[in-house]
Design a protein. Structure first.
Length: 286
């Protein structure tokens, strides 16, 4: 690891002291911002640089999103059409129930006790406030948590946000060596931290983020946000649109069955959203 990122790790406590009350995610972003400004390393060691500040020791105001057994979170970022939102939300609830029923049926066919589907990983249903969890506590845990804020300040924070803004708000940042370019391919000519900046890439961890935006009002699809660029040239924060009726199964398969959204090695992510992310990535977040 180069000296700049060693300093990055050391800067966390001073930044936390200087800006009390901001929360873990902003502290991490502050120190990483300093590191991006000063790093001259071009060939990083094979090191995943995880900033200090564990969730157990450093609270953040959005940590409640990570609580509970859900695997992903659907974030409402458009508040202009309540009937459209309600229709999409209803489709999600129907999809949750259909997937739970199908999983339960599969388990019973396999000879497993009813009500113990594979989705009951990561927590107990009774720990969730989801109204679809079974009353006896033996039903499947919900797969997708819904974030539909009501306070003006939270609505302002989420209204129309980009993928990278959502990741920075709801996930935890880290850095890793960027994926290697394919043989015979040169590195990008304009470095960007979400793709490749002197051999490093900014990445995120936490609940998978699905974004309901203004377009969702009419197409009933949501954006699936990628937490890191898996192939060289793709970017952290890339997204593609999925029908809300499909996201429970997609989320389950990504989490438990190792499914990757890679389009068979083709770069078919939403280009306009990527460009938006790349521009915002170079703007100071604080």
């Amino acid at each position: 690891m180069d000296y700049t990122f060693q300093r990055f790790l050391a800067r966390y406590i001073p930044v936390k002291t200087q800006f009390p009350g901001e929360g873990r995610r902003k502290w991490r972003l502050r120190v990483l911002q300093e590191a991006w400004r000063s790093s001259n390393e071009t060939h990083p060691a094979e090191t995943h640089v995880q900033p200090p500040g564990s969730p157990e020791e450093n609270d953040d105001s959005w940590d409640y999103i990570q609580e509970g057994p859900e695997l992903g979170v659907l974030v409402r970022t458009d508040f202009s059409d309540e009937p459209a939102w309600q229709a999409v939300h209803e489709k999600l609830l129907e999809a949750e129930k259909e997937f739970a029923d199908a999983t339960k049926s599969d388990n019973e066919t396999d000879g497993e006790p009813p009500g113990t589907p594979d989705v009951m990983m990561g927590g107990n249903p009774e720990d969730s406030d989801d109204s679809d969890a079974s009353a006896d506590g033996m039903g499947p845990a919900p797969i997708i948590k819904v974030l539909n804020v009501t306070s003006p300040s939270e609505k302002a924070a989420l209204q129309g946000i980009s993928n990278i803004a959502a990741l920075r708000l709801l996930n935890d940042v880290a850095v890793r060596p960027a994926p290697s370019p394919p043989a015979g391919t040169k590195r990008i000519t304009t470095p960007n931290k979400l793709v490749d900046c002197r051999g490093w890439q900014e990445i995120y961890s936490g609940s998978t983020i699905w974004i309901y935006d203004a377009t969702s009002n009419t197409d009933h699809c949501v954006r699936l946000v990628n937490q890191q660029g898996d192939l060289y040239g793709t970017a952290t924060g890339d997204s593609w649109r999925a029908r809300v009726s499909h996201i429970c199964e997609l989320q389950f398969n990504m989490t438990y069955l190792g499914m990757k959204i890679d389009f068979g090695g083709m770069d078919r992510w939403d280009y306009s959203e990527r460009q938006r992310n790349l521009v915002e990535a170079d703007i100071d977040v604080i």
